[in-house]
Design a binder for this molecule. Structure first.
Ligand SMILES: NC(=O)C1=CN([C@@H]2O[C@H](COP(=O)(O)OP(=O)(O)OC[C@H]3O[C@@H](n4cnc5c(N)ncnc54)[C@H](OP(=O)(O)O)[C@@H]3O)[C@@H](O)[C@H]2O)C=CC1
Ligand SMILES: O=C(O)C1=N[C@H](C(=O)O)C[C@H](O)C1
Length: 250
């Protein structure tokens, strides 16, 4: 059977360099291009890449996906910075290239995907919910894509269950003291040398709290999800948001 021809964009970055090694080690894949900021996107078409793994920066990802979709190259995207406007733009591009698949995964690690699912399940049963994400200080953005997605999922679950807004009578003396407001859920970002990627969801009710915590201790935690995404995206046309769509979590 022929191997899946995979290219990595952002190949010299923290997660991109790990993805290069993971693709090289996969028996069913061939790494056909490993590109950095100054490399030409035409290398993707020249090398016959079928799937691109996009691990660059929020400033670069849209141009890269525009190129991929125009050339019918499927993409597995870990890069953060997704807004409704960006998703709408991507969907417009995809509508002009009906066979092409794009997976955007706010987080590729199974533990983080489960954290989001568990938080979504628990959200309706507690009066208060807050999200704390903790990352290395070189991370480009805050809050993390995972925390933003977690907060959105929690907010949706609470709306569907008819929950009241959570109580918070604080008069803040300093801007930011209560974190960022993501769809009504406070999200706090910690940047600390020594950390990699961590998240806690704190839920509180009368006389009890529940904490759901996940720790990515090494970039290897993201690799099974990236490889799964690369194997599945070519047969899943259109936009898929979240690795959970490729997992059987029931
Ligand atoms: N979804 C997930 O599970 C995960 C997502 N991420 C996300 O992935 C992204 C990258 O993170 P990280 O590896 O830590 O960041 P790094 O800064 O370490 O790596 C980004 C790399 O992308 C390169 N780059 C920038 N622009 C382009 C371009 N136009 N074409 C090709 N390469 C380019 C950079 O090159 P240069 O150094 O020359 O600027 C750099 O090597 C972030 O958005 C991060 O949040 C990270 C981990 C897991
Ligand atoms: O930049 C990182 O490191 C990570 N980025 C993603 C995010 O913003 O959620 C995924 C993970 O948290 C690591």
């Amino acid at each position: 059977m022929s191997k899946l021809r995979v290219a990595v964009l952002g190949a010299r970055g923290r997660i991109g360099s790990e993805a290069v090694r993971a693709v090289e080690a996969a028996d069913d894949m061939e790494l056909v291009a490993a590109l950095g900021r100054d490399d030409k996107l035409e290398s993707l078409t020249d090398s016959g890449a079928q799937v691109v793994v996009e691990l660059t920066t929020p400033a670069s990802v849209m141009d890269n996906l525009d190129f991929c979709v125009r050339h019918g190259i499927h993409a597995v995207v870990g890069t953060t910075g997704w807004t409704d406007e960006r998703l709408a733009q991507l969907n417009t591009w995809l509508s002009g290239s009906p066979g092409t698949g794009v997976l955007i995964a706010p987080n590729f690690s199974i533990g983080a995907v489960l954290t989001m699912k568990f938080a979504q399940q628990a959200a309706r049963y507690f009066e208060s919910v807050e999200v704390i994400e903790l990352h290395h200080p070189n991370k480009a953005d805050a809050p993390s894509g995972t925390a933003a997605r977690t907060a959105q999922l929690i907010a949706e679950a609470r709306r569907e269950a008819g929950c009241a807004p959570q109580p918070d009578a604080t008069a803040t003396a300093l801007d930011g003291a209560r974190g960022a407001d993501v769809d009504g859920i406070p999200v706090h970002s910690v940047r600390l040398r020594g950390l990699l990627a961590h998240q806690e969801v704190l839920l509180g009710g009368e006389g009890e709290t529940l904490t759901i915590r996940h720790d990515s201790l090494h970039h290897s935690s993201f690799m099974p999800g990236i490889l799964l995404g690369a194997r599945r995206v070519a047969t899943t046309p259109g936009l898929t948001f979240g690795l959970e769509n490729f997992l059987d979590l029931n």
